[in-house]
Write a protein that binds this ligand. Structure first.
Ligand code: PRP
Ligand code: URA
Length: 207
């Protein structure tokens, strides 16, 4: 498995705003979108493209257009804070959804929803879930996508824990992880430390 640590300074600047406990939901949503756009750009650096000719007002110009199908899959609910940014740079991407909820006491994720576009076999699948903590949610999502036929899987996370990285590495060695940071670890409640708290609650003001 490849872990791609995103070192772009703007990514880390935005991450500070997301971590800051005084950041209110409106700014948090804006920052989530900004960092997701940058992560998506990094995660799609190697997308196949085809040579094309376009006509500018001054004549023909050679260029390249993305030539592969991309599917973006947010893990509900927190992943919804990332999906629009991906669609901004890849407007033709198809969208699937997976609903997963961690139990408050056990931190075990259970699935309550799934809907994917057809035929994922040759698609580049961008699974977007901002927090990779125990890795339980990521594994559930990757298992489901693999069973559905997806083969080119890329997980985009805003904050990761070593435990989650290790689990994905063990269970989905061919998946790629794009993340700016691997934090210290998990606390007794399976929250990432220092992390940023509950991403979904901060995104939607449900604290
Ligand atoms: C959060 C987060 C991830 C998951 C990560 O979702 O968005 O999906 O926890 O934790 P894990 O790696 O230990 O599985 P949560 O279940 O809190 O649901 P929400 O997005 O609806 O807030
Ligand atoms: N989910 C979150 O939103 N934050 C964590 O730290 C862990 C799981």
């Amino acid at each position: 498995m490849a872990v791609h640590l995103i070192e772009h300074p703007v990514v880390h600047d935005v991450l500070c705003a997301l971590r800051d406990t005084t950041t209110r939901p409106d700014v948090f949503r804006q920052m989530a979108r900004r960092i997701s756009l940058l992560l998506a750009a990094e995660a799609t650096r190697d997308l196949p493209s085809r040579a094309v000719t376009v006509t500018t007002p001054l004549g023909p110009a050679q260029g390249h257009r993305v030539s592969t199908d991309v599917v973006v899959v947010p893990v509900l609910r927190a992943g919804l804070g990332m999906v629009e940014a991906v669609l901004e740079i890849l407007p033709d991407a198809r969208v699937g959804h997976i609903g997963l909820q961690r139990d408050e006491h056990t931190a075990v994720a259970s699935q309550y929803y799934a809907k994917f576009p057809g035929n994922l076999t040759d698609s580049v699948v961008l699974l977007v879930d901002p927090m990779l903590a125990t890795g339980g949610s990521a594994i559930a999502a990757l298992d489901l996508l693999t069973q559905t036929g997806a083969r080119n899987l890329r997980l985009l996370c805003i904050v990761s824990a070593p435990e989650g990285i290790a689990l994905v590495e063990a269970r989905h060695p061919h998946a790629h992880i794009y993340t700016p940071v691997i934090d210290e670890g998990l606390n007794a409640h399976k929250f990432i430390v220092p992390g940023l708290g509950d991403f979904g609650d901060r995104l939607y003001g449900t604290t």
